[in-house]
Design a protein around this ligand. Structure first.
Ligand code: EPU
Length: 469
């Protein structure tokens, strides 16, 4: 029997160190005391990994599609939704608008017929970037929205100028007031299709404008759009609700507006970033593991680099196997260069984990971050393991430690999700014990992380937060 989703409870269970949310409306009881935080991961490094790891549903796809349920009348059922702090926050955002959200394992049912507010809880929106995506559906369906400015990982300025310009092209009056984006349909009825060229192929702007255009009157042509696979997953959900979306996967998307969309059932795509992270975990520990479900073509940027570095990769149907076990004794992995780019380029969400791996390879590797302006917070933490890295602006130079000189266990802090995961990978490969604090930043994006790592043979366990007294 499905249990009713309780945002207060879920957030306390999954996000124990965050301030308690204040979703409205809510008739649920808030537990008197939040459970003690388990915010430190202790890793005893050096174990070779082996076995198979199941890949969860995509966090970023789930966040956009949860927002998209607001476009539909009736109930939508989503399968393969990862149980993460961020998806719990997104569910709480929907509840704060009056939607009924029921979680049962990895299934979520969202019923939106009682949505009575166009202003989600700003405290919740401030926690995750994906919360902001509701601005498109709210404006399209109700003709108005007042949405707090988004949060998410601290990886540089994350402006919303493209969203604002795009929504204006669809006939919205938009202003930024009291740290909120306040928008309404200029004609007092609803959005109107238009043409808009994005200055940059922003993922969230593309998703938000697609959702808004689905319920706009007439046709919308969006150009220079993002081509990330999560956009195709969103389009597939919208199409099955009755929307007409063309051109997904190219740099131009055409949406023919429809009066009404109806709730549907959809299975969230596998998380390509989680899959890439486990591939890098196998590479950094010179191990062999298999993973599924994986769509290798969506990871070709990483696969090509790892093959060039000396890994062996094979796949059959949706299962991929990676081996970084040296074929001859004394043989090591070779470093390589990476430049992050919008899809199909090398994903920025795998840049920190790749950098950790490169710090154990032979030779000099150069990593250039071109998507976010400040996604190197992991560098000073990786240096604590003895990694030889220096940065010049948005470029990092990694002098690999080679075969004999290993990383050493360290006490480090996860400042953001992917950068934090890079530290976990370094800890798996390092000699001795590593403590990664601020694990709540990593819990935002990796479902059942310790259980999965332990099933591969890693020695990891959570420590309670030290008592401040
Ligand atoms: N940008 C602007 N103006 C805008 C929107 C974006 O200048 O109005 C800039 C951003 O500042 C950034 C670049 O465009 O420098 C790319 O941002 P984008 O909008 O593409 O990213 P996002 O939608 O905010 C999503 C993922 C990120 C992922 C990026 C790029 C979600 C919830 N987040 O963010 O995921 O890194 O696309 O692929 O879908 C993560 O999972 O760790 C993560 C950060």
């Amino acid at each position: 029997m499905a249990s009713k989703f309780d945002p207060n409870l879920a957030l306390n269970l999954i996000l124990p160190t965050q301030p308690r949310p204040n979703p409205q409306p809510s008739s649920t009881q808030i537990p008197a005391a939040a459970p003690a935080a388990a915010d430190i991961l202790v890793i005893t490094g050096g174990n070779e990994l082996s076995g198979h790891v199941p890949i969860s549903g995509s966090k970023n796809s789930a966040l956009a599609i949860l927002a998209a349920t607001l476009c539909c009348r009736g109930a939508s059922k989503l399968n393969n939704v990862p149980r993460l702090a961020d998806t719990a926050t997104m569910a709480a955002v929907l509840s704060s608008l009056g939607a009924e959200v029921e979680f049962s394992g990895n299934e979520v049912v969202v019923e939106t017929d009682r949505v009575g507010s166009a202003e989600p809880d700003a405290g919740l929106i401030g926690r995750i970037r994906g919360g902001f995506f509701v601005v498109g559906p709210l404006l399209a369906r109700f003709g108005e929205a007042a949405v707090g400015l988004p949060g998410g990982c601290d990886i540089g300025a994350r402006p919303v100028d493209i969203y604002v310009r795009g929504l204006r092209q669809l006939g919205a009056v938009v202003e930024l007031r009291d740290n909120k984006l306040v928008a309404r349909a200029a004609n007092g009825r609803g959005l109107v299709g238009g043409r808009f060229r994005l200055d940059y192929p922003s993922v969230g702007s593309t998703q938000t404008l697609m959702m808004a255009a689905c319920l706009a009157e007439g046709t919308t042509l969006l150009s220079n759009v993002a081509r990330e696979p999560e956009i195709a997953d969103l389009a597939s959900f919208l199409t099955s609700t009755g929307a007409r979306v063309e051109g997904v996967g190219t740099d131009r998307i055409c949406v023919h507006g429809t009066r009404q969309l109806l709730g549907t059932e959809h299975t969230i795509m596998p998380d390509r970033i989680e899959a890439g992270t486990f591939m890098l975990a196998a590479a950094i520990t010179r191990s062999r593991i298999s993973l599924s479900p994986v769509c290798p073509v969506l990871l070709s940027g990483l696969i090509d680099k790892l093959l060039g570095g000396g890994c062996t990769i094979s796949h059959e149907r949706d299962e991929l196997e990676l081996s970084a076990i040296p074929r001859r004794s004394g043989e090591g992995l070779r470093g390589f260069d990476v430049r992050t780019l919008p899809y199909p380029g090398f994903p920025t969400d795998l840049q920190p984990q790749t950098m950790a791996m490169l710090s154990t390879c032979d030779g000099l590797s150069i990593v250039e971050e071109s998507v976010f302006e400040n996604r190197f917070t992991h560098v000073k933490e990786l240096q604590k393991f003895g990694a030889k890295i220096h940065t010049e602006g948005s470029t990092a130079f990694i002098h690999g430690k080679g075969r004999r000189d290993k990383l050493r266990g360290a006490r480090v802090s996860a400042a953001d999700l992917r950068g934090g995961m890079a530290l976990v990978l370094a800890g798996l490969a390092a000699e001795g014990v590593t403590q990664v604090s601020r694990m709540s930043n990593i819990d935002r994006g990796y479902e059942s992380l310790e259980a999965k790592l332990r099933s591969l043979g890693a020695d990891v366990k959570r420590l309670e937060e030290p008592n401040p007294s």
